[in-house]
Ligand binder design. Structure first.
Ligand code: CTP
Length: 442
């Protein structure tokens, strides 16, 4: 019996998939089809798979070509499967030509001609209207943002606004956008959604305008600097049926999600302390170190530590106090925010003029979790115990700048997918604004 194996996501099952499975089956007597899990697709950087694993398996099953369906969930599995199932022929479409030649040491490798003019990507684009996104602000983060949108299907960065026309034009040119403008009315007219990456103090007013006009909003952190403003914005978004998301990238990245799952699972017992740090040395004279109202380490960097604290301990802290080292102008160079919860403690540590280890430490009654710097790009975590031999390390992918995860979730939310809203809830975002407000009132 000649055994054939093939793999794919088989999302939004189409004619190309059907033809491939048919011809794969014809290559032998028994066809095994490997269908990828959501995690593995995410790991591969395929962020927009629409159908669930069960739906995709069902669709493969319905063709009647698969004698056996297996799940593909990790890199390196293909070689395991080829040996485990004693496969004679490995096949995939011609878009992969050459990629799997190394398997020729183990079995025959066949690249089947791909069916023209159909793909899951094309179908996704047809099924969902492309989201025309505008960018407000043209600084460092905005420049990192655009390239990351290229990894997410269903979104097109159409134009950019900056009150200084030259900055808008430069950004437009840099990324080949359709327009760059200093006219905010014209900006709103041409877009469905906005990414706000302007100075902190301007966020609220842009968000209000956007939501009033029915535009979906992805806003850089800190989204708002007072609890009232944040609450009002979420209420306005709900009223206008718009998505409002705070762009704390860590919240949306896969490693951090899994860290939360492990920390809350009970392996380290009850969580009693969360210590999260983020420091970044800035050169003298930078905006961060000179803007007395809106600069300083806490406003600039605290969103990440606050995210970890609120995700792990909730937002109902009983007490909050700050300690800071300031420069002669009053700008905070190094700040610690101390939280007391009913049964636990937390510290958020930020520094622009003091460098420290950017680690996250979650201490529990049975053990602790150590996430080394840069924990906010969660790639590695270690669960540690009194008995060292029980320690365990986990590794995750964090692709590129990591902004693609928040962009992907934003597009999914606009398209009506509510399954990812738990990643950063409105109440958590509001609590961050409450802390920013408390800090500013110190
Ligand atoms: N395939 C094909 N012809 C097409 C599309 C896909 O032969 N028009 C093949 C692929 O080469 C692969 C299998 O079908 O061997 C599963 O591919 P998958 O990645 O699930 O489908 P795509 O439509 O290529 O998905 P995407 O657009 O998300 O990359």
């Amino acid at each position: 019996m000649k055994k054939v194996i093939t793999y794919g996501s088989f999302d939004l099952f189409h004619e190309g998939h059907y033809q491939l499975l048919k011809r794969a089956r014809e290559l032998g007597d028994y066809l095994i089809v490997g269908v990828t899990t959501e995690h593995y697709d995410e790991y591969r950087g395929k962020l927009n798979v629409m159908d669930s694993l069960m739906e995709r398996i069902d669709n493969v099953k319905k063709t009647g070509f698969a004698d056996e369906i297996i799940i593909e969930d990790h890199i390196g599995q293909k070689l395991e499967d080829v040996q485990k199932y004693q496969v004679d022929v490995f096949t995939v479409g011609s878009d992969w030509t050459g990629t799997f030649d190394w398997l020729k040491d183990y079995c025959e490798v066949v690249y089947l001609e791909r069916t023209k003019n159909v793909s899951s990507t094309m179908l996704r684009a047809k099924k969902y209207k492309i989201l025309n996104l505008g960018v407000i602000g043209t600084g460092r983060i905005a420049r990192r943002f655009y390239p990351e949108t290229k990894y997410v299907s269903g979104v097109n960065v159409k134009g950019v606004y900056n009150p200084h026309l030259q900055s808008a034009s430069d950004y437009q040119e840099m990324f080949g956008l359709e327009f760059g403008t200093d006219n905010i009315e014209k900006f709103w007219e041409q877009i469905d959604a906005v990414y706000i990456a302007s100075p902190h103090e301007t966020h609220v007013s842009y968000m209000e305008q956007a939501l009033q006009m029915g535009k979906h909003v992805l806003c850089e952190k800190p989204m708002a600097l007072s609890e009232r403003e944040a609450k009002d914005l979420y209420a306005l978004a709900a009223k206008k049926e718009c998505v409002l998301m705070e762009a704390v990238k860590t919240a949306y990245c896969p490693g951090f999600q899994q860290l939360l799952g492990i920390a809350r699972s009970g392996v380290i017992g009850a969580i009693r302390d969360v210590e999260a740090a983020f420091t970044k040395l800035e050169t003298a004279g930078s905006r961060e170190l000179t803007d007395l109202d809106f600069g300083g380490s806490f406003l600039e960097l605290a969103s990440y530590p606050l995210l970890a604290i609120f995700k792990l301990l909730g937002t109902d802290y009983e007490d909050l106090r700050f300690e800071a080292i300031r420069d002669e102008n009053g700008i905070d160079l190094y700040t610690k925010a101390y939280f007391r919860y009913k049964n636990s403690l937390a510290t958020a540590k930020t520094g622009l003029g003091v460098k420290s280890e950017g680690e996250l430490l979650i201490s529990g009654t049975k053990g602790y979790i150590f996430v080394p710097a840069p924990w906010w790009k969660t790639q590695e975590i270690e669960v540690r115990f009194e008995k060292q031999e029980q320690n365990e390390k986990f590794f995750y992918k964090f692709l590129g700048e990591g902004l693609r995860y928040e962009i992907s979730d934003f597009v999914a939310a606009v398209n009506g997918n509510e399954k990812k809203e738990h990643k950063l809830r409105a109440e958590e975002s509001v609590a961050m604004a409450r802390v920013m407000e408390a800090w500013r009132n110190v």
